[in-house]
Design a protein around this ligand. Sequence first.
Ligand code: PMP
Length: 313
Amino acid sequence: MSADVSGLDEIYRKIWIDGELLDGPDALIHISAFALHYAKSVFEGIRFYETQRKELAIFRLEEHTKRFFSSAHIINLKMRYAPDEINKAIIETVVGNELKSGYIRPIAFAGPGPLGIVSKDNPTITAILVWFWGAYLGAEGMEKGIRLKTSSIPKDNASMFLKSKCSANYVMANFAKEEAISAGYDDALHLDKNGLVAEASVANVFIVKDGEVITPPLSAPILPGITRDTIIVLARDRGYKATERDFTRDELYCADECFITGTAAEVTPVVEVDDRKIGTGCVGPATKLLQKLYLDIVHGRISRYRHWLTFIE
Ligand code: PMP
């Protein structure tokens, strides 16, 4: 093989592919895979954590699997397995990798075969990877907050299927993230084509103003984040008014607090956007509270939200 993949089997120890749990190096795919060329592929990102009682728990598995199937439906990718079979396979892969916490990546894509622009003769391949992934924006980012820069890439509902977690969208996420990093920031902030705030490269955006928690609505060009939904529920449970509405970049600059949410990013405070301090420039009280609540819940420390956890024996 031309690329050096030595060392990858330490990261991806067992990979589930079409019904079999294989050793990492054995999970190979032919280079004619349609998705590699034309991005006809959908994926999920899910986390599992070790709980207080030392069991492993997957956070909101049902909702992630549901979105996996909606993503495929949107791009017209035929799924080969039923949701229950995917859930079972996810659990099998988590167990097989023997990690205490980590990230789960189910992916389904149009596989090897002809490379015309029609995929009807390319069978769907389904695979599941699991790996250890610490704080997405670093432990310091989680504690002290990160800096965002507005991306040169607007998000557009008209020309992209943004409710699908399809691989094609991630060319732009990658572009935006690298653009922000090379300019010295931690992540990108996308606006829509009218200049309204959309989302970060792979996370949803929230602001807090005068005790109200605000995030762009689902009609905005954003992915319907499962962490976003979780935070709306938690904010309301804690007595905040939580509102889904559009806001501009000016309103974001003048917010009291800002944070981003995602399975990878969890709840990451944002303390600066485009070189403007947000609020005091330090992590705000609502962000701190919601972040702590989120981390307590995913680690099974709060019984009220245990229905969001799938425990693995
Ligand atoms: N937006 C985009 C573009 C994403 O890739 C993600 C990560 N899945 C999110 C938002 C956050 O979604 P979730 O909370 O479901 O991980």
